[in-house]
Write a protein that binds this ligand. Sequence first.
Ligand code: GDP
Ligand code: MG
Length: 751
Amino acid sequence: MKRFALAGNPNCGKTTLFNSLTGSSAYVGNWPGVTVEKKEGKYKKLKEPISIVDLPGIYSLSPYTAEEVISRNFIIDGKPDCVINVVDSTNLERNLYLTTQLLEIDVPVVIALNMMDAVRKSGDTINPILLEKEIGVPVVCISASKEEGLDELMIRAYEESQKKRTSSSVLMSSELKHLINDVELSFRGLKVDNPLFHAIKLVENDEIEVKTHPQLLGVVDEFKKYFKDETFGSDLEAIIADSRYKYITSKYTAAKTKKINEITKSFSTSDKIDRVLTNKWLGVPLFLLILFFIFHMTFSENLFFLGGLFANIPPSVEGTFFEGLFWTSSGINSPGVIFANLLGSTTTWLTEVVSGWLSSSPQWVAGLITNGMLGGIFAVLSFLPQILLLFLFFSILEDSGYMARVAFILDRLFRRFGLTGRSLMPMIMGFGCSIPAMINTRTLSNDNEKIATIRVIPFFSCGAKLPILTAVAGGIILQFGIGNADVITFSMYLLGMIVAIVSIILMRATIMRGPVAPFIMELPAYHLPQFKALMLHLWDKMKHFIKKAFTVILAFTIIIWVFSHFSFSWQYLDDVDIDKSILAGLGQLITPLFTPLGFGSQLTAFSWVFVVAAFSGLIAKENVISTFGVLGACVAGAIIDIGGDGGVGAVATMIQGTGITIPGLIAFIAFNLLTIPCFAAVATAKAELPKKKFGGTLAFWLVTSYAVSSMIYLIGSWWWTSFIFAGAIGVGISVIFIINKHRDKKERMAS
Ligand code: GDP
Ligand code: MG
């Protein structure tokens, strides 16, 4: 089967084109480098099926990161039958830089001028016929997202794939022409494939090339002795880059005509938006505001702080289906809460129906099914609407191109402390799930930066941790009657981010000192997110979540139920007797360890439940709440149940049953947020980290979560302890500062 590869800069629309051609549902993101894995699919509209490969985005064929190496190797050694060079036409000059390098390989190339819809909209025009004449390979105008021009593109690519193409280079008009010809001849003598490409890379002093063909370096060195360029001296790499750009602007971009008033306007819409959103002073506050708005829309029970507008409702609606669903005496519900309420009443009803059926079966069967299985799963599932809504918002931010700006804004702020935008991008991905985020650290070229980033990725609260935040926040509100769900969840997300940033700064100042790599990022133009892509992403998330609920989480709730309903001598225990269970026995062994965190021995009853829940989170974070769901039903028997559905109800019951305080609960959230992540994330971290760094990473998670949570509990319970912590932190910072000064001095003297 013939194989076509999609190559191009990050964000030029390769994945969108891939999805349109193959009908696959690969996720479309706006991160430079979101395509980590090799994606392959089939195009079936031609005489024979064609295999299409989506490559990681690259700016040039001299790679720096592991991902870029994948792309280079595939194009050179994978022998694709045609390379479809996807070009973002709104950024023609920069994108054609890669094109000039692809042309140097003996492979059929077709250029897909993508985003032509956006070019048309801006009023510019590009003449593909003119461009095709200059470049010498087919040029086709397309719009991947609007699915325009795709048939023509594939027909022309197919035609090309049946011919042989010999390489050509725009450098043949430069002053290096003779050198390149000489080196190419030597490569031909060695019978190497693609001699022109390798010759140019060697002249460019490309790292990989120098390593693989050091024997030919002599020719280049000899040449350098007698050669001096006016501006670049004998820096051949700079001369080549410069020649490429000069060629592009003089020959290729003549095909583009700008709309007249566009030139006088000089600022594109994206630039205008960016003047506000990435403003030096407004950037960070606006980011926090946007984030808060998202949490407000997802969790608030007092939308836009309108208060109890409907408190005095006409008696005709009072007590109907609508009350409680859309509003309460405290305010109007946000969309997230409305969806959650709908689901909550459905699951409550289902549980009642099932327990009705089981009323004549043995008590333990009814207990296992309603309290164990249904209680556990529904406690987690009750947060699905809010998780999905939050993801919808995050996907919109990502697809529109805003998240790339966030990396840019924060880079500017934290670069001085050794934290760069490059590592911020995988971190922000961690809001979805730590696993792809950790894999994405392959885009980082510096080892220290990579290790530090992997360590803090779990602090960016992932979707599975959300139920913990929401359920505990809901429990606090229900039980103590204070706080707002949106404010509490937002603050916990912020806490995670702050701990991550502080941790990186600390690591970079102590054990991982070193230079900060420059961060060059293209800010992609703002795009209106595609509805289809958003829905596909949500659908994927939902499938994944439900599958997990009925496998890992279900299995674990059954385990928790069994261990909490049998004693060490395997006797069945009633709900109220769970304190005598195996689970309680095991939990009590380690409970004292958590006393400084506020959920240990000081609790008046069932002191082990929080510890057990936290441990169950090591398998999957959703288990924390499903465990509460199972145990809550038992604790409820010992107290007066105050109501509340699903996970929130379970936590409220736990609070009443154990007598835990608010600082203890906040510390509990913080501990779960910051401690060792779920099993799958730990395995990913192990695979991505250098061998020697894995143990340290586990220790780092344990120490950080323990320290931060105990600080929260202690300061929350006894405000004056803040002075002790402030003092200790002050001393710590001074010590680091002094040691680093000393080290710098020594280094300066040594050099
Ligand atoms: P990749 O990094 O090269 O895989 O790029 P993606 O396929 O992820 O696309 C990056 C962004 O460009 C996404 O927001 C797409 O919706 C958008 N995009 C892709 N193709 C087009 C197009 O033809 N027109 C417009 N206006 N936007 C597009
Ligand atoms: Mg992609």
